[in-house]
Design a protein around this ligand. Sequence first.
Ligand SMILES: Cc1ncc(C[n+]2csc(CCOP(=O)(O)OP(=O)(O)O)c2C)c(N)n1
Ligand code: SF4
Ligand SMILES: [Mg+2]
Length: 305
Amino acid sequence: MKPKDIAIQPFLDSRHGLCPGCGSAIAMAHIQSIVSQPLPSGKIKKIRSMVIPASCWSIGSGFDGVSFVGTNLTNTPFIAGATVGEGIGIMSQRQGLAEKEITIVWAGDGASFDIGLGLLSGAAIRNADILYVINDNQTYGNTGAQESGATPEGAKTQTSPLGKEIAQKDILEIMMAHKIPYYASIVLSVTTLDDFYAKVRRAADQSGFRCLHLLSVCPPGWKCDAAKTPDLAELAVQTRAFPLVEVIDGRLCLTKPKREKPIEEFLKHQKRFDAIIDSPEALHKFQKQIDNNWNYLLRLEEITK
Ligand SMILES: Cc1ncc(C[n+]2csc(CCOP(=O)(O)OP(=O)(O)O)c2C)c(N)n1
Ligand code: SF4
Ligand SMILES: [Mg+2]
């Protein structure tokens, strides 16, 4: 089944209240539609619940007992998304519905890289039967864009006005250390559409702990034009700022971008990187880190073959 064969269904209520140009709103609509279609094995799964820890989506997903995401909705405390999702997955299993239902945890990078990492680790190592989406906008978006573990080094945030001084956490390595059956990084853009659809379908089709690391453009946090969201998603991949990987049973596969561009092309549209753009040395250092990470992923692909 190709992307063009999957109709985007109106799961998301127009009252969602997320910002104009929010990359995660578009991705949510696509992911819900993809998982609700027949999967590669022929299975059809119903979303049992969308589990949402404290984040922009706590507001965007519903209000006053009404779900805006078209499915059951479970709001949780900041740290608890993975554990609550695990509990719902266990209920599906006990009721004999595990093959017909899917529990999705939709958690921010703050919840996943930092605050909820302990409980995420527990659910992952127990191989909880959930599809865990890290909705990564590289900042604590809901509280006004503070630095998170996913914020790239050098990016300005509310709590790092001169630029983040420490490295971005490597969530790929953290999740690989848990030996989960499926991990993939995904971006929704025109040239990555096939990759996005194929990975979401494979993840939904399996059971056990599946993690999708989704990069979501966030105009207020990235200090960019809301109309630039699709371009920035595309550029994140083309500049290798956000490499697309898939890890199945420990074997890593890297998707090479269809077109490649220097990192400057991604950074220059975002005011959070203006100090880097203004400094040739800082730009050179940033490009070097991108290249080193890419070469590391190529080696990892080779040794995990
Ligand atoms: C224990 C705790 N600390 C802080 C908060 C306040 N808070 C709510 S949402 C949020 C930001 C969440 O960031 P992230 O997980 O990246 O999701 P995003 O808002 O970016 O979608 C914070 C700090 C909270 N609800 N609970
Ligand atoms: S702050 Fe960012 S992630 Fe949150 S709703 Fe706005 S655009 Fe979306
Ligand atoms: Mg965030």
